[in-house]
Structures are given as C-alpha cells and as structure tokens.
Design a protein around this ligand. Structure first.
Ligand SMILES: [Zn+2]
Length: 271
C-alpha cells in the first residue's frame, strides 16, 4: 500500500498525516504525550483534513489532558501490591524486608518478591528492580544476537543495556555496537527480539528507508506484528514507551522512535 506522510500544524497542535488507500479518515491521539495522528484517504486534500481535525479539537484536548493526568500518576513507588511487568506478564510486587539475602524472584505467575533491607528507600527499590531487569536481559540477548548474526549477515561487536527515556534501542554502526533499553525486560520476548533485529539491521543500513525495510522484510517477515505488540503492550502507567514503524522520514524531535542515533555521549553513529 502506498503511503505518504506529512506534518501540519493546526491551532498550535502538530498533526501527523498519513495518506493511505483507505475509505475513511481516522484520527487518533496517542499516549504518552498526546501525539495526534491522522490516517486520511488519498483523495482528501490538506484543507479537508484540517477541517476534520478542527471539528474534533475539543476531543483532542480532552484526550491530551487525560494522558497528562495518567502521566502524573505514573510515578511508581515500588511498594507491595503495585503492578510490575516482566516479559509481558503482569506481576504484583511483594516487598519483604530482610536482614538476610536481598534480591528479586518470581514467586509464581502472579507475584514478584522483592527482598530489601529495611532501610531501602523508593529509589533503592527501583534500582534493584532495574538491576534485575538488566540481569534477565543479559541472559536473553546473547542468544538472540547469536541467532540473528548469520541471518542478517552482521557481527555485533558489543551490546549494552541502558535506561533510555525515548528509545527502545539505538546503535553505533561504526563501532558495531547496539544499545537496548532496560525497559524491554517488561515486554514480551518477541518484542525484545524485534528491537534487537531492528538495531542489527542498522549495522547494515543506518536510515529507515527502502533498503532498511527490504532487509527487515527479508530476515524477519511479519516484524510488523511484533512492533504492533510492542505498541499494544504499551502500559499507560509506564508513561513513555512507544516506537514507530520505520519509514523513510527522519524522526521528528520529541517523537519516540527507535533510531540509528546513539545515546548522548556516543555520537559517532550520528550522521
Ligand atoms: Zn531504527
């Protein structure tokens, strides 16, 4: 299906327009930041789209206010009863104060037990959970990289896990290095695998253009399903996680994409 993308500003709101061979216009406001996206039939011109958006401005503003409200509630406290996710499953946290061993274990499919020192504060509990996420990812990633290196025809010199606010992954093609977001531990493994493959393909092709898509389609047919799941598995209480399908467009600033850009301080991969 041929698609065409554009961005216009309507009454101070940036609207992303995707024109497709469809019959009806679809308007969506997407968390976390209330991005407005319109899928419009090819025959509709900008003025018609503008009109459709203006007629729904009140609704758009209401949705955005809702997301902001969710965002404010999104600060986790890491206390007993709170929901936390691992590999796509929701677990209830059970915080147990311990003077003995500390750490996290999954007690069953429902409970995640966190043994902490009585003195552990919120930040300490959060840090423990992220150390545990990193450790779980560190067990998964080597087998995924090894599985995909021959299929894609690249060698990953190094992979790293870090907390990133706006990206699932990034890479430095010159160094053969990929970075993965520690939050991926919350997502189904199929989503982690998609991000690993996406970043590995960037070692061959930096952009998100036809060549990138061509390689992705060849090595991982049906990758779109995984990407949708990554987006569908979006959890409002997490506040920030969303990635876009690769397209030929450069990512606009402030939008959540998995891009080729390295994290701050790792600039070599940027063009
Ligand atoms: Zn990318």
């Amino acid at each position: 299906m041929s698609t065409e993308r554009a961005r216009i500003e309507i009454r101070g709101i940036e609207v992303e327009i995707v024109r497709k061979d469809i019959k009806h216009l679809h308007l969506g406001v997407h968390p976390p930041e209330g991005r407005v996206r319109v899928a419009a039939p090819l025959r509709l011109d900008d003025d018609a789209v503008r009109l459709a958006v203006v007629s729904r401005l009140a609704w758009i503003r209401r949705k955005r206010a809702e997301f902001e409200g969710q965002d404010r509630q999104s600060r986790r406290e890491f206390v007993t009863g709170e929901s936390h996710y691992f590999e796509g499953r929701r677990h209830r946290l059970d915080v147990v104060e311990s003077t003995g061993p500390t750490g996290i274990r999954l007690r069953d499919n429902a409970w995640m037990e966190m043994r902490v020192r009585p003195s552990a504060d919120r930040d300490g509990r959060e840090a423990m959970l992220y150390r545990w996420y990193r450790a779980r990812l560190s067990e998964r990633i080597p087998e995924l990289v090894a599985k995909w290196e021959p299929r894609i025809g690249v060698t990953v010199a190094e992979w790293r896990i870090r907390r990133m606010k706006t990206r699932w992954g990034s890479c430095n093609p010159d160094a053969g290095r990929i970075w993965l977001n520690s939050g991926l531990a919350k997502k189904p493994v199929s989503c982690l695998e998609y991000v690993v493959v996406h970043e590995m393909v960037h070692l061959l092709e930096r952009g998100h253009g036809d060549r990138f898509r061509g390689i992705l389609d060849r090595v991982m047919p049906g990758w779109g399903v995984r990407l949708e799941e990554l987006n569908r598995a979006y959890l409002p209480d997490e506040g920030w996680e969303r990635v876009e399908a690769p397209t030929g467009d450069p990512p606009p600033s402030g939008t959540r994409w998995a891009t080729t850009r390295g994290p701050p301080g790792d600039q070599a991969g940027q063009r």
